[in-house]
Design a protein around this ligand. Structure first.
Ligand code: SAH
Length: 262
């Protein structure tokens, strides 16, 4: 942010003192005519580089906009999904980006399905599968709007045991705009139509303005309005190494709720 950027050189020095690093990159979440962001110091590596997390591998690109290929803040949620909700399941991953939730599930799932509107998501997801020697056959990838996929899946009577919903806070598609705070109920309703009996929903949002309390309320109200019998089996947030400030609630921006339908 613009505020913390004033301390860039102090922070850089601290990082250099503490970490053994190969290279340092910066990401700028504000526009400035004098700075562009990107490579700072060290060796300029060739991208993508491969990272390992919970025995899975992912491509990372630090030189291509704000998104790097993987959202590290979801590492514990990915692990939970694999350890408890993916085994022998049909896993549907909506807003799948580079397919991280599919990659972690695929080795033990019956099949995975990744859905993302962006063209690039297909090759990025295939490459991540390749890195992990995952059999591509039972992994389906659709470059499609989530709501269009809901209609498609209903038309084809597809059902999924575990549905992951991890959307951006705002999205614009040709026809409409979507906001998690306004429209999460529609995402849940669509998922319920294609959820197998006793299925699991993993519902996430990283919108800092959306409090855990009101997110939970939306989840509960939507499920109750749909006459669904359910348990909230797990509520997760940021991992410990993502520092938050006790007096600034929005710093705890990540919310992930596992819902078990009965
Ligand atoms: N869940 C991902 C991160 C999501 S990033 C992960 O675990 O890594 C948000 C993604 O949503 C982007 O890849 C974007 O292309 C996709 N997206 C935005 N609007 C969409 C829509 N209407 N339908 C499907 N995907 C959408």
């Amino acid at each position: 942010s613009k505020g913390i950027y004033k301390f860039k050189y102090l922070i850089l020095q601290a990082i250099q003192n503490v970490f053994q690093y190969t290279s340092i990159f910066e990401k700028m979440r504000f526009k400035d005519t004098d700075f562009e962001g990107g490579f700072v110091t060290g060796e300029a590596p060739e991208f993508p580089i491969v990272i390992e997390e919970n025995f899975a591998f992912y491509n990372v690109n630090l030189n291509d906009g704000l998104m790097t290929g993987i959202f590290l803040d979801q590492k514990e949620v990915r692990k939970k999904l694999r350890d408890q909700f993916a085994s022998n399941n049909k896993v549907l991953n909506l807003f799948s980006y580079t397919g991280a939730f599919s990659v972690i599930s695929a080795p033990i799932a019956e099949q995975t399905t990744s859905v993302d509107l962006a063209n690039r998501s297909r090759s990025l997801t295939e490459e991540n599968f390749g890195l992990n020697s995952i059999d591509p056959k039972p992994q389906y990838i659709y470059v499609m709007d989530t709501f269009d996929f809901y209609s498609y899946a209903e038309r084809h009577q597809l059902l999924y045991d575990t549905i992951v919903i991890d959307p951006p806070s705002f999205a614009r598609n040709k026809k409409k705009t979507f906001s998690v705070m306004k429209d999460y109920d529609k995402l849940i309703d669509g998922a319920l139509n294609i959820l197998a009996p006793q299925g699991t929903l993993l519902l996430c949002t990283n919108n800092s303005a959306y409090s855990l309390k009101s997110f939970k309320n939306t989840v509960k109200k939507t499920l109750e309005d749909a006459d669904v019998d359910y348990d909230i089996v797990e509520v997760m947030g940021l991992p410990k190494d993502f520092k938050t400030h006790p007096h600034y609630k929005p710093s705890k921006y990540l919310k992930a709720i596992f819902v078990q339908v009965k």
